[in-house]
Design a protein around this ligand. Structure first.
Ligand SMILES: Nc1ncnc2c1ncn2[C@@H]1O[C@H](COP(=O)(O)OP(=O)(O)OP(=O)(O)O)[C@@H](O)[C@H]1O
Ligand SMILES: Nc1ncnc2c1ncn2[C@@H]1O[C@H](COP(=O)(O)OP(=O)(O)OP(=O)(O)O)[C@@H](O)[C@H]1O
Ligand SMILES: [Mg+2]
Ligand SMILES: [Mg+2]
Lengths: 254, 254
């Protein structure tokens, strides 16, 4: 039965899409059946796999125009499917406002396909609006990418508060998968300071895997490929393989 | 009469806040009278100056609870005032929806104070929602920070399209101040590729100043200071001083 992991953080540019794409690909390479859902109107996870944005997508499924099964595309990688997104999704934020249970639309429509996959990964936009709330409501756990920078710290307590509210009112089963340090640069004092501070405050809720800053990770999307296929010997690929192993282990402990 | 410059890009983490803070500070150091408005619920520009988030802020002024003049704070730097923000601003996206001219609330309330300043700089959230639309409607020009990375390219044509729509329906005077390359890393091929591509497509609309990746820029916010006060000899400070000069020159040509 598919474990739904939501990749979210309202701070922009912290590595949500990079984590969603590369974790999904590494789970698929480990022969897990995976579905990646792009619920960000920017559609970066969609183009990160070289997929055309003109397809029917998560927007059409959310507003009930088409069933979710009909927007699932193959990624080109065995055992990894993708539900794309595009700019139409901006409309969903306004259109969903009038639905009764507007925060649980995604959870409702996912019921149809959830059992086909072992992992369902959702890439969220940089906000705590209705699209992210839908993902948190549909999720079993949330993985928080955290850039090792000062502003990233600032949003963390706000995000933890939102998780608590969602757990109380929309999804009592929601747990924290963990905080993932991204773009860690061992040469700067700032990176280590932020890491120490977070480990101090959120002890036990930080994932063991740390993603280093690695230019191969930012080059890969321009080739429409996850880093494990673009450069499997890079530090970026190694880190996301480790992350996939850690996520599989956590799921077993369940 | 104050020139209003909106710092916007829906892509997250591209240097909007860093540009808003450091451009404002460098304009103030050049003895221009400046107002910085933080219209992002994350409140990063507010904490980047070490300002407490518990003050009355742009949210209270937007919903008409208090006049805009009463939420202006001193930054601690001569000739630079700040209007802070905080998480309450998330409520404005929903509350403003019911106002008649919901996109022009900011333009309306700014009329009261606009003539006190030579420059008004607005830091936007990573989205094209109502808060960014309000800023584009109030602005004389938009400055687009662009990280030299692949995903940053993707959002550019969407943003240009939004600017065109705002110009047609809400603010016919809106012009492009320019595209500002940020976090430019001369060691990577990707940075130069993105720069070439953008210069090719948007010839003549790119600012001459380029902001290099510089760790002093990301350290400064943890001290609540703009980089020109944190480390005035850094490459980051030099770049933002150059930017301020270029913006002043553009305003004179006006
Ligand atoms: N570990 C890394 N090393 C180097 N570059 C990285 C790394 N992770 C992400 N990047 C690059 O940093 C930029 C921001 O990452 P990404 O787009 O994944 O963040 P995001 O949180 O999804 O952004 P948004 O908030 O806009 O959705 C991208 O250009 C990406 O290629
Ligand atoms: N030129 C630079 N060199 C090094 N670090 C930088 C530079 N510009 C910005 N940063 C750092 O990169 C991160 C992202 O920058 P910033 O927060 O200003 O972007 P933003 O576009 O305002 O993000 P958001 O979309 O969340 O509002 C911050 O931690 C900042 O300190
Ligand atoms: Mg993203
Ligand atoms: Mg910002």
């Amino acid at each position: 039965m598919g474990k739904v992991i939501c990749i979210a953080n309202q701070k922009g540019g912290v590595g949500k899409t990079t984590t969603a794409i590369n974790l999904s690909a590494c789970l698929a390479v480990a022969e897990k059946k995976v579905l990646l859902i792009d619920i960000d109107p920017q559609g970066n996870a969609t183009t990160g796999f070289g997929i055309n944005k003109d397809n029917k997508n998560i927007y059409n499924a959310l507003i009930g125009e088409i069933s979710i099964a009909n927007v699932i595309l193959s990624s080109g990688i065995d055992s990894l499917d993708i539900i794309p997104s595009n700019i139409d999704l901006i409309g969903a934020e306004i259109e969903l406002v009038n639905y009764d249970s507007r925060e649980s639309r995604l959870r409702e429509i996912l019921k149809e396909v959830k059992k086909r996959y072992e992992f369902i990964i959702i890439d969220c936009p940089p906000s705590l609006g209705l699209l992210t709330l839908n993902s948190l409501t549909a999720a079993d756990s949330i993985l928080i990418p955290l850039q090792c920078e000062y502003y990233a710290l600032e949003g963390l307590s706000q995000l933890m508060n939102t998780i608590k509210l969602v757990k109380e009112s929309l999804n009592s089963g929601l747990i924290l998968e963990g905080i993932l340090f991204t773009m860690f640069d061992s040469r700067t004092v700032l990176s280590s300071q932020v890491m120490q501070e977070v480990k101090g405050h959120f002890n036990g809720r930080v994932l063991n895997t740390v993603i280093p800053r690695n230019v191969r990770l930012s080059e890969a999307p321009s080739y429409g490929q996850p880093v494990i296929f673009y450069d499997c010997r890079s530090k970026g690929a190694d880190a996301y393989i480790d992350l996939a192993k850690e996520i599989i282990l956590n799921a077993k402990k369940g």
